[in-house]
Design a protein around this ligand. Structure first.
Ligand SMILES: NC(=O)c1ccc[n+]([C@@H]2O[C@H](COP(=O)([O-])OP(=O)(O)OC[C@H]3O[C@@H](n4cnc5c(N)ncnc54)[C@H](O)[C@@H]3O)[C@@H](O)[C@H]2O)c1
Length: 348
């Protein structure tokens, strides 16, 4: 067997290595680091190619490609969303991603992104809450206690300083799992029997449920003045979590309006429903929270630039480390135009 040349090899971060890296860095530190990478990329938003993600829908779920480039690096994520999967012993969301060098077009990183998506989604939520949540917020309601929920809770602790999380899920087993996982994290964890109980005394309301329909996780009368809503689960056409009345009473902040108008909570509203683009709040050209009584709403759908930031973080972080191995992924003929000859000689 011929040995691949260096040019053929692409660093690959397996699930095992991603988990080793998280334990090496520390999960809260990693969430903080990722949030900084996402924030830096939101500050240079105008440099990026932007397009709504390319979605392939079926009766049971969606498969999406999420590409972007800052002119120097290119990144994309493959991700699915299948709410029925957990009843079949599979996850709702799985993902992997790739980063490439724009100058050569050669990939420079391939990585698992199921775990990395949970980290980047949580880091983004908390980075946004840092700008929008009421000052001194210390309690979060966490509605939907599935795969994303512990990551969301820990990011809000590490980045926004919440000390208490109030859990609710229609499936008590999911809540018990989340509570057990968070038991040794320093968060005060309260198990709640209803969504109304979960939001009691909470200044940050996170909804992170999975259902392939327009659900009403929060009704209009549940949301009082002064809270910040972090709406994660409504991220597909026909899949929302909030009563429309909440949107009309809130200031709504979004990642990339052309994608959010298709996929987010605001799909329920008119096409010209006013929204503020988060990157403008982060670079100081638009205001975020302006009063104690204002309801702020992050209508999160997950945008390609957040995945780019996560890929950029992993690319930088694994340099000179053993948190990856090299995949023989690119054919590399001695003469770049003799691809056929390379195949032919492999028979000898
Ligand atoms: N915005 C983003 O960037 C982003 C990123 C990742 C995932 N998501 C979305 O977040 C959602 C959750 O993802 P996950 O990986 O945690 O899924 P999951 O299937 O692991 O967990 C979802 C949980 O929601 C619960 N649930 C369903 N309906 C409910 C209801 N009416 N009230 C309370 N709980 C309810 C389920 O019992 C389950 O425990 C999905 O819809 C996913 O598409 C969004």
């Amino acid at each position: 067997m011929t040995q691949p040349s260096n040019k053929a090899l692409v660093p690959f971060v397996s699930v095992d290595n991603m988990m080793r890296l998280i334990h090496h860095v520390g999960i809260e530190q990693m969430l903080i680091d990722l949030a900084n990478y996402v924030e830096d990329d939101f500050k240079r938003w105008e440099k990026f190619d932007k397009t709504p993600r390319v979605a392939s829908h079926s009766e049971v779920g969606v498969i999406e490609l999420m590409p972007t480039s800052d002119g120097e690096a290119y990144g994309f994520k493959y991700v699915n969303g299948h709410p029925k999967n957990t009843s079949e012993g599979l996850q709702t969301v799985t993902a992997f991603g790739l980063m490439a060098d724009v100058y050569t077009g050669y990939p420079v990183l391939l990585t698992e992104m199921t775990i990395l998506t949970a980290l980047r989604t949580a880091a983004t939520s908390a980075m946004v809450a840092k700008y929008l949540a009421p000052k001194g917020a210390d309690t979060m309601a966490m509605i939907g206690n599935g795969a994303q929920s512990e990551f969301q809770s820990l990011a809000m602790k590490a980045i926004c300083g919440i000390t208490s999380v109030r859990l609710y899920d229609t499936d008590p087993a999911a809540t018990a799992k989340c509570a057990a996982n968070l038991a040794s994290t320093g968060l005060d964890v309260v198990i709640c029997k209803t969504p109304e109980q979960a939001i009691e005394g909470a200044q940050i309301l996170t909804t992170c449920t999975a259902d392939k329909q327009c659900a009403t996780i929060l009704t209009d009368n549940m949301v009082g003045a002064g809270v910040h809503i972090n709406a994660i689960g409504g991220d597909c056409p026909g899949k929302t979590e909030l009563a429309a009345g909440i949107l009309t009473r809130s200031d709504v902040f979004v990642e990339f309006p052309p994608q959010t108008r298709i996929e987010g909570e605001i799909q329920q509203m008119a096409e010209d429903f006013p929204v503020t683009e988060l990157w403008q709040v982060i670079n100081g050209t638009k205001t975020g929270r302006t009063s104690d009584r204002q309801i702020t709403l992050f209508d999160s759908v997950g945008f390609a630039i957040e995945d780019f930031s996560a890929l950029r973080y992993i690319r930088d972080r694994i340099k000179d480390s053993d948190f990856f191995f090299e995949l023989d992924m690119l054919a590399d003929p001695d003469d770049p135009r003799d691809l056929f000859g390379m195949v032919q000689r492999a028979a000898q």
